[in-house]
Ligand binder design. Structure first.
Ligand code: MN3
Length: 202
């Protein structure tokens, strides 16, 4: 069973008023994410060790194996983007009560959480991701990973939110201004209801 590009959970134009235009989403979903899926399927086709494995199993199996780096990069990016589309919402930006209480307990204030999330995205040199995770010690933490890696691979916890800081995610809307993209994403695009549901399910 080949891996497939998931459909967006909203129209490609649905986030335009929130700072992510239709062209960004169409290219990012239809071209970039599709390319990761196509490449991953090509690797699975040629490698019996990968056949029959779930996406999560391929991420874990290929992580840290130099000869499988291209597999890891594309599997990781497929996993990351499946989450990323769900991590944004046309009604994003509002932090529901249970998540806010947990954020306040673990970061001190919502502002401190947002500052840490933004700093991780700015501090990820080159392409990669900034994450809000539920770490194995039960606390919310901010992490960052390069390229296609993710907390699933690094074992840093369950990913609740991931921000794509590859240039393709923001260049049409914010040009080189990654900090402005991050501020907007955290304040207006982030689907905190998804994050709260994932937290409760953990
Ligand atoms: Mn991307």
């Amino acid at each position: 069973m080949a891996f497939e590009l998931p459909t967006l959970p909203y129209a490609a134009s649905a986030l335009a008023s929130k700072g992510m235009c239709q062209e960004t989403l169409e290219l990012h979903h239809g071209k970039h994410h599709q390319a990761y899926v196509t490449a991953l399927n090509g690797f699975v086709e040629k490698n019996d060790e990968l056949k029959g494995k779930t996406l999560e199993e391929i991420v874990a199996f290929s992580h840290g194996k130099p000869d499988l780096a291209p597999v890891f990069n594309n599997a990781g990016q497929h996993w990351n983007h499946i989450l990323f589309w769900q991590n944004m919402s046309p009604t994003g930006g509002k932090i529901p009560g249970a998540l806010e209480a947990k954020i306040t307990a673990d970061f001190g204030t919502v502002a401190a959480f947002k500052d840490a999330f933004k700093a991780a995205g700015i501090g990820q040199f080159g392409s990669g991701w900034a994450w809000l995770v539920l770490s194995p010690d039960g606390k919310l933490k901010i992490t960052k990973t390069p390229n296609g890696s993710n907390p699933l691979a690094t074992g840093e916890g369950k990913a609740l939110l991931g921000i794509d800081v590859w240039e393709h995610s923001y260049y049409l809307d914010f040009r080189n201004r990654r900090p402005d993209y991050l501020t907007n994403w955290i304040d207006n695009l982030a689907n905190y209801e998804y994050a709260e549901a994932a937290l409760k399910a953990a």
